[in-house]
Structure formats: structure tokens, C-alpha cells
Design a protein around this ligand. Sequence first.
Ligand SMILES: NC(=O)c1ccc[n+]([C@@H]2O[C@H](COP(=O)([O-])OP(=O)(O)OC[C@H]3O[C@@H](n4cnc5c(N)ncnc54)[C@H](OP(=O)(O)O)[C@@H]3O)[C@@H](O)[C@H]2O)c1
Length: 221
Amino acid sequence: MSNRALVIGASGGIGAALCAHLSERGSTVTRLSRAADGFDITDPSRVRAAMDGLEGPFDTVLIASGILAPEGKRPEKALSEIDAASMARVLAVNAIGPALVLRHLPQLLPTKDRSVVGVLTARVGSIGDNRLGGWYSYRAAKAAANQIVHTASIEIARKRKNAVVVALHPGTVQTPFTEDYPTHRKVSADEAASNIVSVLDQLTPEDSGGFFDWEGKPVPW
Ligand SMILES: NC(=O)c1ccc[n+]([C@@H]2O[C@H](COP(=O)([O-])OP(=O)(O)OC[C@H]3O[C@@H](n4cnc5c(N)ncnc54)[C@H](OP(=O)(O)O)[C@@H]3O)[C@@H](O)[C@H]2O)c1
């Protein structure tokens, strides 16, 4: 990798750790977040203005924003808990948001050199791996994000043959995102960031469009 990175969702647990990790290994990191920059990923005009204001090319781009459920809500455990407004919000942040970023991203990627674009989705967005049920909105939003990433990878490859555009499962990570799940075994955000960057380092353009976990293993769709 060369040395210019863009991290969206830089205020989050994993996003901040990714910024620190990339910076430590010599990348110049551009950070975008709602908390620091008012970058609301669900707002098309804000996304466009922020992306148009950046100067590329970036060889590494990570989208690390996301919600499990709207503020004050929990993910559904049963069909009876489905709420249209909550579901729309989860889809807006986790699926439409990354799509809006990808819409403006090609112009910021190098045309010839290798670049990597990693969108943090989640293993629970895998339909093939879903044995537990529940979490309707989050699962559906991450599955939609996976499809958007895969589709974008096909289009981006037409003009940028060395671009690697992938969906990534970061593992179960100790961040505000998982604080309601104290019994789950979690890794630190630092460890997750290091894992993600190692996976990105190993991927080739032939891997573009794929869905990989923190060990670099493909995750079923
Ligand atoms: N933690 C895990 O175990 C785990 C597992 C699988 C997948 N993931 C995925 O990894 C990603 C990062 O998770 P995390 O653990 O780092 O979560 P986190 O600490 O809760 O951070 C979430 C990030 O999303 C941003 N965000 C939320 N709504 C937004 C909006 N409307 N516009 C822009 N940014 C928004 C937050 O920004 P502000 O704080 O600036 O508002 C924050 O930067 C998410 O996509 C999550 O689904 C996490």
C-alpha cells in the first residue's frame, strides 16, 4: 500500500483504532465522522459535499460507521418487534450510507495503482451463515450493504483494475457497539484494526467483490 488513507466513521471504536493503526505505519489519514465533521452518512448532500471536498487519490478507504439499532432501541428478537421507522433508520445508516459514499468514491481512487476499499459489514449479514435468527433490521441492512459493495466492485473494476473493493467482518470487538453484550468474547479495537489492515494487505484485485472476515477467510453470502 502507499500512504494516503480515508477513514469514514473515524469517531467509532473500530474507526478510531483504524486511524491510529494506519497512522502508526506511516499513512496520512483523512478522518471523517459525524461527531467531528457533521458527516451524517444518511444525508446525501452532506456526503456529496464532504466527498467532493476531498483531494485524492486514496490508496486505502475504510467505511467504519454503523448502528445495531437506533438510539434507545435494541435489535429485534422476534418478528413482533419489527418497527418500520427503526428498520428504515438501520437500513439508512448501514446500507444506504455506504452506498452514498461509494457513489462519490471512484474519483478519489487511483486509476492505475492498487487501492483497497473495505466496508465494515458483519458476519450476521450473511444469509448462508444465519442459524440463530433475530436482529432482522441489522441483518437485512448488512446483507444489503454486502450486495452494494459487490455490485460497486464490478463497476469500479472497469476503470480501476487494481482496486480491491470488499465487505469485511471485523470480529466481535469491544466498542460502544457491543457494550450491551457483556458475555460475548471480544477483541480490543486495536487488535481488530490490526487484523483488518493485515487482511487488506493480503487481498488482490482477484478478491475484489468478496466478503472476508478478520482472518481473511471468505464469509458465505
Ligand atoms: N463492534 C463489533 O463487534 C462489530 C461486529 C461486526 C461488525 N461491526 C461493524 O463495524 C462498524 C464499526 O463498529 P464499531 O464497533 O466501531 O461501532 P461504534 O464504536 O459504535 O462506532 C460507530 C460509528 O458509526 C458512526 N455513525 C453512526 N451513525 C452515523 C451516521 N448517521 N452518520 C455517520 N456516522 C454514523 C458513529 O459516528 P458518531 O459517533 O460520530 O456519531 C461511529 O463513528 C459498524 O459498521 C458495525 O456494524 C462491528
